[in-house]
Design a protein around this ligand. Structure first.
Ligand SMILES: Nc1ncnc2c1ncn2[C@@H]1O[C@H](COP(=O)(O)OP(=O)(O)OP(=O)(O)O)[C@@H](O)[C@H]1O
Length: 212
């Protein structure tokens, strides 16, 4: 795999990452602005750890992570954090996450499916409603690099389709790296797909490509 020119938004070079000991790597990959890169593979191969290392919540043992100078990052973990019962609305959650819900509403960016959730208490949302709001909170921050770990968790077919549409609209000018076991979803939203194998990350051909 050769990195594009000019320099990509994100580049990993022979990265070895983990916790008390290494669990993944050496891994090399690059991601350019405007791209949605998918990562899939068997359980326990270190995909989430890779995202955590990029998000600075796992340890880097060797190799390097280069993020474009000044680029901002949003990282959504595999299990969305759910607050205990408290009267926090969807709008307040977005604001706390650094998103500006007023702006997308005004500009028409806010997906229809999310509009009714902004006024509702988040502790009373279903798992799927919360998941969609959670993913949107990362995208609506305007972060240059968005890391999504299993974003289709808890989503029914309608909300999964809404997420595919959202990712299709929100990719411009930023990079998105997605870890998922939902291969069909990855094929629909990703411009490139990497598979974790014993030999390392291998770029695999996507049957459909984004927007199909
Ligand atoms: N906080 C942690 N401390 C120590 N080891 C961990 C921690 N989190 C994960 N691991 C270990 O790191 C290895 C890789 O886990 P990771 O969650 O990155 O894999 P994954 O490919 O994302 O798996 P899955 O597809 O099941 O989500 C596993 O052996 C796991 O037990």
């Amino acid at each position: 795999m050769c990195a594009p020119d000019p320099r990509p938004l994100l580049q990993l070079d022979a990265l070895v990452a983990g916790y008390a000991r290494p669990v993944v790597g050496p891994v090399s990959l690059w991601l350019a602005r405007g791209e949605v890169l998918g990562l899939w593979g068997p359980n326990g191969t270190g995909k989430s750890t890779l995202l955590k290392a990029i998000g600075r919540s796992a340890r880097v043992f060797s190799g390097c992570i280069e993020l474009e100078s000044g680029a901002t990052l949003a990282h959504l973990d595999q299990q969305p954090v759910r607050l205990p019962a408290m009267p926090v609305t969807g709008r307040e959650l977005l604001r706390a996450a650094g998103a500006r819900p007023e702006e997308p509403e005004r500009t028409g960016r806010l997906p229809d499916v999310l509009a009714p959730l902004l006024k509702r208490r988040i502790d009373r949302l279903s798992g799927g409603q919360y998941q969609l709001l959670w993913v949107w909170s990362a995208l609506a921050t305007g972060a240059d690099l968005v890391l999504l770990d299993e974003p289709t968790n808890n989503l029914d077919p309608a909300n999964r389709a809404a997420l595919i549409e959202i990712l299709g609209r929100e990719r411009d000018g930023r990079g998105v790296l997605i870890v998922s076991h939902d291969h069909d979803f990855l094929e629909r939203v990703c411009s490139r797909l990497l598979e974790a194998r014993d030999t390392g990350l291998v770029e695999v051909r996507t049957a459909r490509g984004p927007g199909s």
